[in-house]
Design a binder for this molecule. Structure first.
Ligand code: BGC
Length: 849
């Protein structure tokens, strides 16, 4: 398939039976001001007499989380993270994924999916880089457009987020992003423009940050002038959660819904703004009208927000998510030993396999924060490889496992299997009490599946979300003897007893706040107890919401001492096996909403581990299981301390483990290409000198996008800095030879280039022919090249295919600051035909009139 900019108009569909005019006319001003604020964490208010149903929203974007109260949630499909989907370079696949998620939303009785996230990879260390597709605006736009079409084909709305420039988590609720108009238009707004204009997105979520001095949720230039007037958006804008601050500017800007409840900004305060004459009632009517249009589009009158949430684990959907994970797996390096590439491994010849690494026995298939959800199960790489080639299979290989290192950021959360409720069932028992006094009467009881408890969701019936307490009881069963460190992070006051003795008491909330839980959590407080393997420790925890907080959660972790020979054991296991597979990376605590990473380095001693493992066994495949670029200084030179085979599928969702084994054993070809540059070191990335905010005397932070247009490969190109792995790079197991690219048609509207590609060698090859443009004599600065189109396909051995690249006239446009409009400069351009941003195969000169 070919992807390129398209000018298709808005999707118009005939929907629903809500009589919008009649409904609007029957509401009082106070009702209308209430309707524009959420009723719960996820729902809007219903006005049954006016025929207005509640609308339920759900995160997003990698699955549908549902209500998810108390750390639980209805298990659901977990598709690959945005960056993995970005690596597929396959808009048609994104359409299928979007459609699956639309269906999932219906199963979770949600009318609105809070995604896709189309912010850009401005730096390699953004806390939410894993959620976003790419550093490139056109790749992001093409993929997101199809995702939106897929979701909305089920009468489920999207909220394309976060509008705009929420590209860092540093001071995310307040930071003022200073960006020039041209950069904003050509890069950061582009995916929003495409999803609105080409796919007819029904919803947009405003970003937390300020844009050039104005909160995005209050920004009329953004929410009305650009979005509605210029792009013709006819949907609704929802605030990011707690991201709206003042009724008058928000309403006048065109912010339709304040989320979540309890209402803080709209409601009575909006009534007062109208009474003071700061907001007209007509403006409130127009905000309400958009919500009624939404209700109609998603047929909220036909399916209730309160229908029970369903879990459907469908084999065909598993197959789709597995195909997507394979398609987003990037083979970065694959050197030969004795003339044969290390990968794929030949299962028939294997007698022993060493599986190494902290991420090989824990499922790390998604990042942290609102994009995470409860999957159907947790398959690990060790499970998948053992089931495919381990004892009892036709390969019957001996499989050994060694973690080698630890990478925990905080004390590790206890899994369900190590927790026992007082009634003997797995998990922890939670009693909810209304009010902040935890000695009060129990109103509701629940089970927490792990010792991470997030109270962010609809409060159980009978519990007041504005202030409640819990008593959490059960026991933790250690699997080691000796000292055990117990750590607690909490958003509110708490006290924890172990075996009847208080070990940490923060009832006065004296612990300083930290980056945890989006900045609402305390630093981790720890205490040490002595335990015996298998002997339960009785746990009694009392916790309450804080008076100030919007977000409520706590986590309890348990850490036994690290064995001194952990790494040596892994090296010995690798040396003794035919092959080694080492899975290094991060996890949902290193990569999450709430903060950016401060380094690109793998946590813990993982670099040292990789070097020692590849030295011990050259037939090692290194899997990088991280949601964004990491330093891989062991992946360059062909010496015996460098890894010969390296692949990544980032955070690949529920089928991560199976898809990795598909690729390792050659049952599938790694189909991915990097959607983002992997630099040699952090300091090389173009935004490096501008990646933290500066502060004025009042402490207000400003984040200047000083690198301007030179995001990602545009910046490496311009400064002639070689990346470790270039944007667009990715190897296939097959080989293909590219013939001469030829312009096959050229008109005032469009140019088509064709590239013949022949399959050579013994395996089918996945090919992605990339088409960039380079302006030769532009009247102003332009990036050395800009991706505009590509064609991805598989070519069989001995067969040939023709890549088709279309360059419509619109791809040559740039934003002209003088006229505040798009222009296409007449002049000379090159069409750059490439296999990656640094693997350029041909340049074709064209003249644009
Ligand atoms: C995130 C949004 C998310 C919302 C609801 C916010 O913290 O920024 O992306 O949709 O929470 O969970």
């Amino acid at each position: 398939m070919t992807a390129a900019l398209s000018d298709a108009g808005l999707i118009c569909q005939d929907h629903g039976v809500i009589d919008i005019d009649a409904a609007l006319a029957s509401l009082s001003l106070s009702d209308k001001c209430r309707l524009v604020a959420g009723r719960t964490t996820w729902e809007t208010c219903a006005f049954p007499e006016a025929g207005i149903p509640a609308i339920k929203m759900s995160d997003g974007p990698t699955g549908i989380r549902g209500e998810g109260h108390g750390g639980g949630g209805t298990p659901g499909v977990a598709v690959p993270a945005g960056i993995t989907l970005g690596a597929t370079w396959d808009p048609a696949l994104l359409r299928e994924i979007g459609s699956l998620l639309g269906l999932e939303a219906r199963r979770k009785s949600a009318h609105v999916l809070l995604g896709p996230n189309v912010n850009l990879h401005r730096t390699p260390v953004g806390g939410r880089t894993f959620e976003c597709y790419s550093e490139d605006p056109e790749l992001t736009a093409a993929l997101a457009t199809e995702y939106v079409r897929g979701v909305q084909s089920h009468d489920v709305a999207v909220t394309v987020k976060h509008f705009v420039c929420n590209d860092t988590e540093i001071e995310r609720m307040t930071v003022n992003v200073q960006v020039d108009d041209r950069t904003l238009r050509e890069l950061y707004l582009r995916p929003f423009e495409a999803t609105v204009r080409d796919a007819g997105a029904w919803g947009v979520m405003s970003a937390y940050n300020q844009l050039n001095g104005e909160f995005c949720a209050h920004h009329r230039g953004l929410l009305t002038d650009i979005l509605r007037t210029e792009w013709g958006f006819d949907g609704f804008v929802v605030s990011d959660w707690f991201g709206v601050h003042d009724a008058t500017p928000a309403a006048n800007a065109g912010l339709n819904i304040e989320m979540p409840a309890p209402v803080r900004v709209y409601g009575d305060k909006l009534v007062a703004s109208v009474e003071r004459g700061e907001v007209t009632e007509a403006q409130v009517d127009s905000l309400v009208r958009d919500i009624l249009v939404l209700a109609q589009r998603v047929r909220a009158d036909e399916r209730s927000a309160h229908d029970p949430e369903e879990s459907v684990d469908d084999p065909a959907e598993r197959a789709l998510t597995r195909r997507a994970a394979v398609s987003g797996t990037v083979l970065l390096r694959n050197e030969s030993i004795d003339g044969t590439p290390v990968l794929p491994f030949d299962a028939a010849t294997l007698t022993s396999v060493a599986v190494i690494g902290p991420n090989a026995t824990i499922d790390r298939s998604m990042g942290g924060g609102s994009a995470s959800l409860v999957p159907f199960g947790h398959r690990t790489l060790l499970d998948a490889i053992t089931d495919r080639i381990g004892p009892g299979t036709s390969t019957n290989a001996a499989i050994t496992f060694e973690a080698g290192v630890r990478i925990d950021r905080l004390t590790p959360v206890a899994p369900r299997r190590q927790l026992v409720q007082p009634n003997g069932e797995p998990g922890l028992h939670i009693e909810y009490i209304n009010g902040r006094d935890w000695t009060g009467d129990t109103v509701v009881e629940q089970t927490a599946p792990s010792s991470m408890v997030r109270f962010f969701g609809s409060t159980p019936a009978g519990i007041d979300p504005r202030g409640f307490a819990t008593r959490i009881t059960g026991s933790f069963v250690p699997d080691t003897d000796g000292p055990l460190v117990i750590g607690v992070v909490s958003t509110g006051p708490f006290i924890i007893d172990i075996d009847g003795t208080t070990i940490i008491d923060d009832t006065q909330m004296e612990l300083p706040r930290s980056e945890e839980f989006f900045g609402y959590g305390s630093v981790e407080a720890t205490a040490t107890v002595v335990c015996t393997a298998g002997v339960p420790l009785e746990l009694n925890l009392r916790w309450a919401t804080s008076e100030k907080n919007g977000f409520a959660a706590l986590r309890v972790g348990f850490r036994s001492p690290e064995p001194a020979d952990l790494m040596d054991r892994a090296v010995a296991a690798a040396a003794a096996a035919d092959i080694a597979i080492i899975m290094v990376g991060t996890n949902d605590e290193w990569e999450t909403e709430g903060f950016d990473r401060t380094t690109m380095d793998l946590p813990g001693r993982q670099n040292e581990l990789v070097r020692r493992i590849v030295a011990a066994n050259p037939r090692t495949a290194v899997i990088v299981n991280a949601g964004s670029p990491v330093t891989m200084d062991w992946a360059d030179a062909a010496d015996d301390r460098s890894a010969r085979a390296v692949l990544t599928s980032f955070f690949a969702g529920q089928e991560q483990a199976e898809s990795l084994v598909d690729v390792l054993l050659g049952d599938a070809d790694p189909g991915g290409r990097l959607p983002t540059t992997i630099p040699v070191r952090l300091a090389d990335h173009p935004a490096y000198l501008h990646h933290r905010p500066d502060h004025d005397s009042a402490g207000n932070g400003t984040q200047v996008y000083g690198e301007g247009l030179f995001i990602g490969y545009r910046g490496y190109d311009a400064r002639d800095i070689a990346p470790r792995f270039a944007f667009g790079h990715g190897l296939s197991y097959g080989s293909a030879s590219w013939g001469d690219a030829v312009i096959t048609s050229e008109s005032a509207d469009s140019i088509t280039v064709e590239v013949p590609v022949a399959g050579i060698g013994s395996r089918a090859a996945t090919v992605v022919v990339q088409g960039y443009i380079a302006a030769i004599d532009a009247p102003c600065i332009r990036p050395p090249k800009e991706l505009k189109t590509w064609d991805k396909f598989v070519v069989e051995p001995g067969a040939s295919e023709t890549a088709q690249l279309k360059f419509p006239r619109s791809v040559f446009r740039r934003w002209d600051t003088a006229t505040s409009d798009w222009v296409v400069d007449a002049g000379e351009y090159e069409l750059v035909i490439a296999a990656s941003a640094t693997d350029i195969r041909q340049r074709l000169r064209v003249t644009i009139k």
